[in-house]
Write a protein that binds this ligand. Structure first.
Ligand SMILES: Cc1cc2nc3c(=O)[nH]c(=O)nc-3n(C[C@H](O)[C@H](O)[C@H](O)COP(=O)(O)O)c2cc1C
Length: 165
């Protein structure tokens, strides 16, 4: 039985955290939230603007140290909210600062209806990994915490990921 680690970033409402925790529960996985060394402003619109500039620049913010080392796991699920049609900058830092060869990477994202290329972009940065079971979960278009995707779809997916290990 392979070991599963769920790594995720979440900023607005904990939408990505909710999906990450359900996945971790289904897999009996270790789970860790990644966090930037410098936190984003609490004001939503200010962070939306800052996020846009950072995504456009390909900025990689410094992260707080991880407690779990992805190198110790076989399957690593990487979750992010969609920020400007791609992953949040913190997840870009994570993917570019580790080696993924020989791992199975499960990309997952949450969004407000415009997922863009988030999952493909994660797959593109997880160089050398086998990509499995990518999933986007859509929440309310107001940026809130109402899940629009059928929750059964998330539960089924979590079961399939558990079966990978
Ligand atoms: C900086 C920023 C940019 C966003 N860009 C998008 C986007 O391009 N497409 C989209 O559907 N939602 C976008 N959203 C909404 C979030 O992806 C969505 O609300 C997500 O579920 C929030 O997850 P969280 O609560 O884990 O942070 C953006 C939110 C923020 C804060």
């Amino acid at each position: 039985m392979g070991r599963v680690l769920v790594l995720y970033y979440s900023w607005s409402n904990g939408n990505t955290e909710r999906v990450a925790k359900e996945l971790a529960d289904a897999c009996g996985a270790d789970v860790e939230r990644i966090e930037t060394a410098v936190l984003y402003p609490e004001d939503y619109d200010t962070t939306v603007d800052q996020g846009k500039r950072e995504v456009e620049a390909g900025f990689e913010p410094e992260l707080q140290p991880l407690k779990h080392d992805p190198a110790d796991y076989d399957v690593i699920a990487v979750g992010t909210p969609t920020w400007w049609y791609t992953m949040a900058p913190a997840v870009r830092t994570l993917l570019n600062s580790r080696k993924w060869n020989g791992k199975v990477v499960v990309p997952f994202s949450t969004c407000a209806g415009w997922a863009g290329s988030t999952l493909d972009d994660i797959a593109g940065l997880a160089e050398g990994a086998r990509i499995a079971e990518p999933l986007t979960v859509t929440f309310g278009s107001d940026g809130g915490d109402r899940m629009v995707t059928d929750p059964r779809k998330v539960t089924d997916w979590a079961g399939r990921v558990a079966a990978l290990a």
